[in-house]
Design a protein around this ligand. Structure first.
Ligand code: FPP
Length: 248
């Protein structure tokens, strides 16, 4: 019989967000161009996405390109966009095999048209999938999203936190709204949020590790999830009720 691990997870799956840092340093340490680090990073994404559902993750948001990353060289930006475009077209073709729904959050008006076409293709092809919701942040800035949502608020009569979250979803092309993050992971040794999901991370548990993103593996994700479930999440009040489920 296959060995299974017991985790304590909430009745619904958790939302994990990841800042995939360290690709450039990983490549430079090997005398490779930075783009080789990003390429290796895509392989890690595929492995993590595959493993996420059995770890009780139902939403996974990955920071692929920050609005501040436009300051990088055109060569590096172009390489990153090329990798994203290939990934999205590949996942659009595999939509029937992988039960993953993919959406892209962030601005689209500054992206190359080929990348926007790939985003449209993957979002359409995977829209009916009901497994993991994979959200990729591209040209994303949490502050910009909040600023745009705040502009809408000016003409709104009454605004609840739920409506603001929904509006944040609208401005970042996230039709389900922008769900709260349960666990934020950052690789690469830095311990900061870098303008990622600032509103949604209000009560996120934070998990930082020194490994560079291309070295991150499924065991690291398992450790982060296990560590998350061991934390006492009180949201300013009493502990939340949790249920015990088996993960195959
Ligand atoms: C940060 O590392 C990483 C990025 C800016 C890009 C992350 C993108 C990928 C892993 C590819 C994403 C692909 C998919 C399919 C989602 P860095 O380059 O800033 O590393 P450094 O801090 O070592 O310079």
């Amino acid at each position: 019989m296959k060995k299974s691990t017991l985790y304590i997870v909430p009745p619904q799956g958790i939302h994990v967000a990841i800042v995939m840092d360290g690709n450039g340093r990983w490549a430079e340490m090997r005398g490779l161009p930075r783009s080789a680090g990003h390429r290796a990073g895509v392989d890690v994404v595929s492995r993590i996405v595959h493993a996420a559902p059995r770890l009780g993750i139902d939403t996974l948001t990955l920071f692929a390109f920050s609005s501040n990353n436009w300051q990088r060289s055109p060569g590096e930006v172009g390489a990153l966009f090329g990798l994203l475009e290939s990934y999205f077209f590949q996942e659009a073709r595999r939509a029937a095999e992988h039960d993953v729904r993919i959406s892209v959050i962030g601005r689209r008006d500054r992206l190359p048209s080929a990348l926007v076409s790939a985003i449209d293709a993957v979002e359409t092809a995977t829209a009916e999938n009901s497994g993991l919701h994979l959200r990729i942040a591209v040209d994303y800035s949490a502050r910009d999203s909040m600023l745009q949502a705040a502009c809408w608020m000016v003409s709104a009569t009454e605004v609840t936190q739920q409506e603001f979250s929904r509006r944040l979803g609208d401005v970042t092309h996230s039709p389900d709204g922008s769900p709260d993050v349960d666990l934020l992971i950052r690789t690469g040794g830095e311990q900061r949020l870098s303008d990622f999901m600032l509103w949604e991370c209000a009560y996120a548990e934070l998990h930082f590790l020194d490994r560079m993103w291309p070295d991150f593996d499924v065991a690291d994700l398992e450790t982060a999830v296990r560590d998350f479930h061991a934390r006492d999440r009180r949201f300013g009040s009493v502990p939340v009720t949790v249920a015990t489920v088996a993960i195959q």
